[in-house]
Design a protein around this ligand. Sequence first.
Ligand SMILES: Cc1cc2nc3c(=O)[nH]c(=O)nc-3n(C[C@H](O)[C@H](O)[C@H](O)COP(=O)(O)O)c2cc1C
Length: 241
Amino acid sequence: MPSDATAVNWTPSGKPFLAADYVNDGKKHLLLAASGSVATIKIPNIIHALSHCPDLSIRLILTSSAHEFLQGQSAEQPTLAEIGRMPNVGGVYLDGDEWSEPWVRGAAILHIEIRRWADLLVVAPLSANSLAKMSLGLADNLLLSVVRAWDTTGLIDGIRKHIIVAPAMNTAMWMHPVTQKHLRILEGEWGMEIAQDGWIEVIRPVQRTLACGDTGNGAMRDWSEIVAVVIQRLDLGNSTA
Ligand SMILES: Cc1cc2nc3c(=O)[nH]c(=O)nc-3n(C[C@H](O)[C@H](O)[C@H](O)COP(=O)(O)O)c2cc1C
């Protein structure tokens, strides 16, 4: 049974997605992802803002929790089908897409193809759960398999590509000591700002009254700031219409 995303987007021509088919498409490839935070509802804003970049192609991965926030339940929460029809969106993926066909030798492996395709991965929002898994190297869904298969040296893809994450969580989650441990790995060991050979950039959250009513740090940075970082990192500044 194809997942929602597969049915809409993944193989519109029935042909498996292969990164090699897009090497010379003249586009920058943004792999955008969301994990299970309320800030997932900002994904349509981010995509809409980037729809004015003519040389950009976007593929979106949602964890199963993130998918819960985009079911068409309100005007600001469109369905994946609607997101899939937004300009520049070339594919929307859920965990089920990794296994949409029984795998046989020689068949494409989606999380590897997506990794090869991406010039930049942006996880916005990054939930506390996915932050923890990322820092520990767990790979039990499509998004985390891409993150775990990231070419951190650049020796495989020929270039060291970057991952930007924008954590978003309840204030108590943010202040929990384990969060600081995970951040120390992402920023202190793998971070671009600290290590010359780092590949991760953390866009730290801000203080706000959160959706749950608590006030404090943990809110995802405004989506427009994330868009600005993407435009800068992918050098899209001259291509916005
Ligand atoms: C309505 C709702 C809002 C949530 N908001 C957040 C949030 O902002 N940040 C967060 O880290 N977890 C939040 N959670 C909890 C995560 O969705 C949960 O930990 C989930 O396992 C995350 O899975 P994922 O990291 O695979 O997406 C929320 C849960 C619900 C039901």
